[in-house]
Every structure is written in C-alpha cells, then in structure tokens.
Ligand binder design. Structure first.
Ligand code: WT7
Length: 637
C-alpha cells in the first residue's frame, strides 16, 4: 500500500472514514484496494449473500500477494530490512533479511516447490519453527498459487495427520529440529509418525535447523538446501484471481474436528494490510515492529507476514520463548532490535508481570511507541502493568479483537488516535459493522445506552473466511445460522454508552487457554479413547496467568482404579492426540455428570464447580440426576 495515503491520522478522520465505509462499503474498500498492485483490476467489488452463504470481493481482479509483499518494494525499499530474525539462543546471531534478499529466497524456493510437482491449487502443509524459512515457505506457496496450511509446531503427530488428510496436502515442509528454551525438539520424528497415516503426501522438504543426524526416507524426504541447488531464482508470480485460495488455517470448533478456515487472496490482502497500517500507525521508516505470536496462528499470518510485508515495514520473528534465558528476554530483544511497535498476548503479559520487576527494569525500553494485545480479553490489572511498566505511561495500547475467521483486526483502537480505555477493544475499524444481539436474537440498536449481548457482524468485510475447507454446510451452521443475515462471532460483548466494545469471552464450548483457542469436545474425545474412561466433560475455569485453564470431569468404567498414574495417562493421551496445550490442568474422577433429560451435559453447572463458585447454581430442575451435583462439589479439587 502506498503507505501514507489511506492511513487515518486523526480521530475525526477515523469517524469520517467509518461513516463512509457504512454508507458505501464498496466505494470505501474499492478505493483502498486501488492502492495495491493488481495485474488486472476487478470487475465487481462485492457480491454476497449471507443466507447461502457466499461472499466475493474484487471478483475478476488478478493479482499475486507476493508481488505486493515483495516485488513492489524492490525499487524503493529493496535494501530495507524486511525480516529480523532473533534466535532462541541470545548468543546466536540475529539475521537481517532485506526485501530484495527475501524476494530472491522466495522465488528460489518457489522453484523448489515447482520442481517437486507442486502446482497452483495444491495444498502444502507447513510444520516449522519460527525461523525465516517458515516465512519463505509460505510466501513461496503464495508465489506459485499453492495453498499453504500451516500447522503450529507444538501440535502432535496425530493433529498434523488429521489436518494433512483433511486438506489432502501433497507436500509437507518441516525442519529437522527446533530449539525452544533449553529444549531441542525433533520435529522430523513427529512428522514421521504423522506421515504413516497421510497417503496424499508425496514429498517432504526438511530444513536443517541443527546439525544433528536426521532420518530421511529415500524418495520422499529431501533436504531444503539440496533442493535449492537444483533451481534458479527466477520465478514469475502466478496470476491469481482475487477469490483464489491463499491459505487454509485450522481453528478449534465447539464440536467435531478442527475447521479449516479458507482465506482467499485479494480481500485478505486488503483487509490485513489496511488494518495493520491503521491500527499500528508505523509512521517512521525506521520503526521496527514485533509481534510475538507464532506464525502457526492467524496472528502470525496476518501480522507477522502478510500485513507488515505488504506495508513495507521491518517485522521481527522470534524463535524462542519469553522466559529463556530469563524472564527479561522480551525486553532485552526490544532494546537490542530497537523495537518501536510491540504486539503480544495477555497471557504473556500476565506471566511476565508475576516476575520480579527487575527483569523489566534492567532494560531501557526507550524505543517503544505502541503496544498491542490480542487473543483474549485483557484484564484491568494486566493492562495497567503493561501500560505503566512497559509503555512507561506513554505508549498507546491497542487491544485488538478479531478471530482466525475474520482474517484481520475488527475492533481496536487506532494507535494514538482512538481514546483507549482499559479492557475495551473500543471501536470497530472502518468497514466493520458489529451488531450486539439480545437474548431474543434481536439487535440492540440504541448505541447511546449501555448494553450486553452477543456479538455479530452484519455486513461482509474483505478478509473474512469464505468457507470451511470441505464442509461449507458447517460454515453455514456455525457462523450464519444464529442470526439471519449476520455472521456470528461466538463471543459475548458489552458496549458502553459511547459505543466502545469490551469483549467478554466465548459463549460457546470453546475455551481460550493462554490465548489458544481450544474446543472442549475434541479434548473429551481424546480422553474417552483411554480404555478406562467411560465418559468425560471438560470446561474452562479462570486462571490468573493462562486466562482460562481446563478442568476435566472423568467417569471411569466400573472396576477401574482412580489413581494419579491414571490421571497422568489421560493427560498424556490428550497431549499425544491434540498437543500439550490441550492437557487438562485438573482431572476429577466422578461417578456421573449432571445431565438434562435429553442427555445433554449441563456444562453451566460444571463450569461453576470448576470455578469454585457454587453459591448459586441456577435452575437444576430439568436435571436427570440432580443428586450428583453435591457429590461432585464435595470431591472438587
Ligand atoms: C477468539 C478468536 C485473533 C487472533 C488470535 C486468536 C478471543 C481475540 C481478543 C481481544 C477479547 C479476544 C475471542 C475470539 N479474542 N482477541 N482483544 N479481546 N477476546 O484467534 O484463535 O481464532 O480466537 O479469541 O474470544 O473469538 P482465534
């Protein structure tokens, strides 16, 4: 984007833009889209029907997102650093990759993909640590029109396999090992386990992050470096229609298997870049932006790679963790790399806030200008700690609300422009039309009165997911069935009398643990696979660092002994089926769980028991087995 032209500068400008975006959304987004590089302009800015549902933006437009992330910058900022990579080990050297170098690396690796048979539309699974090659692999896919499906490198082999199989990926790109704090994890062996169950994978490209010996399967596995030697660095960008797929990214649902959210090229690019530029307000060419998320999540897709690179800024990728070698690592990196814009999650803020303040005060933090938060509601205490100790009271905090499904930030202050208020994500971005819904399913339209309800969006925005891969019906049921002609977010929200939103959290069976979106059903399914487990129910309960933690109520088969060893087995099973992030924090063995007459588990009551808030359990008259409640409370941990 011609960086300055559509960046809002004042609150009055924001209000004007917002008004325009509602009055004539097509004209509004069309003007923004014109700032990008298109091989051919679109014929039709928007067509949509939320009851099918179908949404198309910039139809007929031809482009390639990598021309916008890379080629377009070569002339003016080719020598500017695109990516600064900070390794896990502070003694290993950082890497600075300019836009021109990144362009060459992406084109070259794109040729590796091609020479291994990958074509436009093929799906490629990427399971990699936070190293520049992850960015190169994803951009190389986009360069040739292959659809990347990035799986967070903390997921288990069965989670990889099910995602690969769902998307029928032809290739897997991984690294031999990954460093995380003091640990070295063998990613390749996790992949090998997954690859036993993935018939569609033809080739595996392995980047060597360490010099350790790596087991390779002949004919299938190839080293990244060896493949690079066989190709040149010229690779024209594939011509993509605006609605051609850019990527699939899996997110947990409240029921069933993870949903592969499908994002398309043109709208996603416009939405990610417009929001990035306006929310973060990187106004100086020397500004350095650092988002601490992993690229395996949507935050990393939109706000480490696509948004920042399209905007031509310097973006930091960090391989490590916040507490290695000590709890000051984030702040050390901010000083070392002169970070000006810092974006992290409340769970990280809370865990760092628990440590002695000396870990912060050892560092100057004098380059910081803007702080961001994402992933879950930020509580008041964490907000103030962040504001006072990291921002030193003079960095605006942007509390950005959005979702994997929305592709881009939806409700957030614009840094330095929108008045902030602790715990409030504040106002919708231009082009975003939220609706607060009451318990009767009606929109609460009076924006001058405080209200609480469920959050929906009543008009399409360019970066919204277009479908669930392979299951359009599910897309319709989950997002477009709660309210006619609206997208339902799954979140509850409060709105104050000036129109500011505070997101209160999920209203479905998704629990956000340390910023990770986890469905309770898949965790229950994993536990039920244990031969001793008859049934289980998982709920979230408040946790002072993780935001929420997981509490599992487990019913054993008769004769099975309730031991700590068994708890460990169950937790390990969840870890190997889904990943360590999904392990329940508490397991309570129970004789039964409260159920309605129709056999539905009354999670509302279990949530209260898990939260140690049993003074008022509400109406229990419809229960089949009310007597079980006291028994569970008595045994609660
Ligand atoms: C869910 C989406 C968006 C990228 C990371 C998570 C919660 C996200 C906030 C915020 C309150 C938030 C919502 C949302 N959430 N940001 N600033 N304030 N809640 O993406 O894994 O798709 O999760 O995260 O509950 O629905 P995701």
């Amino acid at each position: 984007m011609k960086t300055s032209s559509l960046k809002l500068k004042t609150f009055a400008e924001y209000k004007k833009a917002y008004k325009k975006s509602v009055e004539n959304p097509e004209k509004f987004w069309g003007k923004i889209a014109e700032e990008f590089t298109w091989q051919k302009k679109w014929d039709n800015t928007l067509s949509y029907n939320f009851s099918i549902p179908e949404v198309k933006w910039f139809e007929g437009g031809k482009l390639n997102i990598t021309e916008n992330c890379l080629d377009r910058h070569l002339e003016n900022i080719g020598n500017k650093t695109a990516i600064i990579w900070e390794p896990n080990d502070p003694d290993e050297e950082s890497r600075h990759i300019t836009y021109r170098q990144l362009y060459v690396k992406v084109c070259r690796f794109a040729n590796v993909l091609k020479s291994n048979g990958i074509k436009k539309g093929d799906r490629v699974c990427i399971y990699m640590p936070m190293i520049p090659e992850l960015a190169i692999a994803m951009l190389a896919c986009a360069r040739i029109g292959a659809v990347h499906s990035i799986v967070f490198a903390g997921f288990s082999s069965s989670a990889i396999a099910s995602r690969i199989n769902d998307a029928e990926c032809k290739m897997l790109i991984t690294a031999n090992e990954v460093y995380r704090g003091t640990k070295r994890i063998n990613l390749k062996s996790i992949c090998d386990e997954a690859l036993k169950k993935t018939p569609t994978i033809e080739n595996v490209i392995v980047y060597r992050r360490t010099v350790e010996p790596t087991e390779m399967t002949a004919g299938r596995d190839k080293f990244w470096f060896d493949e690079l030697q066989k190709v040149n660095q010229d690779c024209d960008a594939e011509v993509m229609d605006a609605e051609d797929l850019l990527f699939i990214l899996y997110t947990s649902g409240s029921t069933g298997k993870p949903k592969g959210m499908v994002h398309t090229t043109g709208g996603y690019m416009v939405g990610a870049t417009y929001s990035f530029s306006n929310v973060f307000q990187m106004n100086d060419e020397n500004d350095v932006y650092w988002c601490t998320a992993d690229i395996g999540w949507i935050t990393g897709h939109s706000y480490i790679i696509y948004g920042p690179l399209c905007a031509g800024v310097t973006t930091v990728m960090f391989e490590g963790i916040p507490n290695y070698p000590d709890y000051g690592r984030f702040w050390e990196i901010c000083d070392k790399l002169k970070v000006t814009h810092f974006y992290t999650a409340p769970t990280a803020i809370r865990s760092l806030a628990k440590q002695p303040i000396a870990f912060v005060n050892k560092h100057k933090l004098s380059t910081l200008k803007v702080l961001g938060s994402v992933g879950e509601p930020i509580n008041e205490e964490a907000w103030h700690w962040y504001n006072d100790n990291i921002g030193k009271g003079n960095c605006p905090i942007v509390d950005t609300w959005w979702q994997t499904e929305t592709g881009a930030i939806m409700i957030s202050p614009l840094a330095g422009i929108t008045p902030t208020r602790p715990t409030f994500a504040t106002l919708p971005l231009p082009g975003v039309q939220p609706a607060l819904m009451n318990e009767h399913g009606e929109e609460i339209t009076n924006i001058h009165e405080k209200a609480e309800g469920r959050l929906a969006i009543k008009f399409p925005w360019p970066s919204m997911a277009r479908t669930v891969w392979g299951d359009h019906q599910r897309y319709k049921e989950v997002y477009f069935s709660a309210y006619p002609n609206m997208y339902f977010t799954g979140d509850g929200a409060y709105r104050d009398a000036t129109g500011n939103y505070r997101i209160t959290g999920r209203v479905d069976d998704v629990v956000i643990v340390s910023g990770h979106n986890l469905g309770t059903a898949p965790i229950e399914n994993a536990m039920n696979e244990h031969e001793g487990v008859a049934e289980s129910a998982v709920v979230g309960f408040p946790h002072d660092v993780k935001g929420n933690a997981l509490y599992a109520f487990v019913i054993l088969y008769p004769g099975v002994e309730a031991t700590d060893e068994l708890k460990k087995e169950i937790r390990d099973l969840v870890s190997s089926t889904i990943g360590a992030i999904a392990k329940p924090d508490v397991i309570q063995f129970v004789k039964g769980v409260p159920k309605t007459r129709s056999g539905k588990i009354m999670r509302r009551i279990l949530r209260k028991i898990a939260s140690k808030d049993t003074s008022n359990l509400g109406d229990t008259s419809t229960l089949l087995n009310p007597e079980i409640i006291q028994e569970i409370i008595d045994g609660a941990l």
